[in-house]
Design a protein around this ligand. Structure first.
Ligand code: MG
Length: 250
């Protein structure tokens, strides 16, 4: 069931989104060679709690940390650890959610660690661009297929691939709620978008094939072929005036 949000709920979600975005930016600023993913997770948790919110991911389904940190060929759900030390040239996907007064914000960005290769840079740029092309389609009267198609078309034209097994989702009092928001689709198909809906749009783009595998830890998702993967996400409200990104600071 898709829950439409009132304007009062949207203003609380705006605050949850801002806390999530600020935590993500602080995490991104901490990305540099020699830093552990555990340290970045600590920064995220500290900031969210200082704002009177709670990290949405901590203990969600048993996830043991506040941020998912996914390096290089890890697509999503990487578990931060003291033993994972970032190196120059890594690409570091960080996914952060915060729950404020009962409502969630959810966002992700893939950060370069120091100088990165040209191919990695191009993958990050394309995935970021695809996210914003998807967001542009998130307006009343359009359908989810329009959002997914805009992302898929842009990504595949660059010979990258879109992950199929993991997709975006509705956001609200629950971190994950209806509808499902695939990063692929057919224009004019799928759920019709209406004012009051809030969705997380989150393209996961692989350098090579779209297939992924889950490691025995039950969380870490990697590309099957070892290619790089990038992940960008915003929480977006559908309004009569078009899409409004809730996970932004201004
Ligand atoms: Mg999400």
């Amino acid at each position: 069931m898709i829950v439409l949000k009132t304007s009062r709920e949207l203003s609380v979600m705006r605050k949850a989104g801002q806390i999530s975005q600020k935590a993500l930016r602080l995490a991104g600023e901490a990305v540099e060679p020699g830093v552990s993913t555990w340290e970045i997770d600590r920064i995220v948790r500290q900031y969210i709690e200082k704002e009177g919110a709670t990290p949405s991911f901590l203990n969600y389904g048993g996830f043991p940390a506040s941020a998912c940190i996914s390096v290089n060929d890890v697509v999503i759900h990487g578990i931060p650890s003291k033993g994972e030390i970032l190196k120059k040239g890594d690409i570091v996907g960080i996914d952060v959610g915060a729950c404020y007064k009962g409502y969630h914000g959810d966002n992700a960005w893939t950060f370069p660690c120091g100088e990165i290769g040209e191919e990695a840079r191009a993958l990050l740029d394309a995935t970021e661009k695809a996210l914003f092309l998807g967001i542009e389609q998130a307006r009343p009267g359009n359908r989810l297929g329009d959002v997914g198609h805009a992302i898929q078309e842009y990504v595949e034209a660059r010979s990258y691939s879109v992950v199929r097994e993991f997709i975006g989702h509705g956001v609200g009092a629950n971190l994950h709620e209806d509808p499902s928001v695939p990063n692929y689709g057919t224009p004019g198909r799928g759920v019709r978008l209406m004012p009051g809906m809030v969705i997380a749009i989150e393209p996961m783009v692989n350098q090579k094939g779209h297939k992924v595998r889950v490691l025995p830890d039950g969380w870490t998702v990697k590309t099957k072929d070892g290619g790089l993967s990038a992940h960008f996400e915003h929480t977006v409200a559908i309004t009569p005036d078009g899409p409004v990104i809730l996970t932004r600071l201004d």
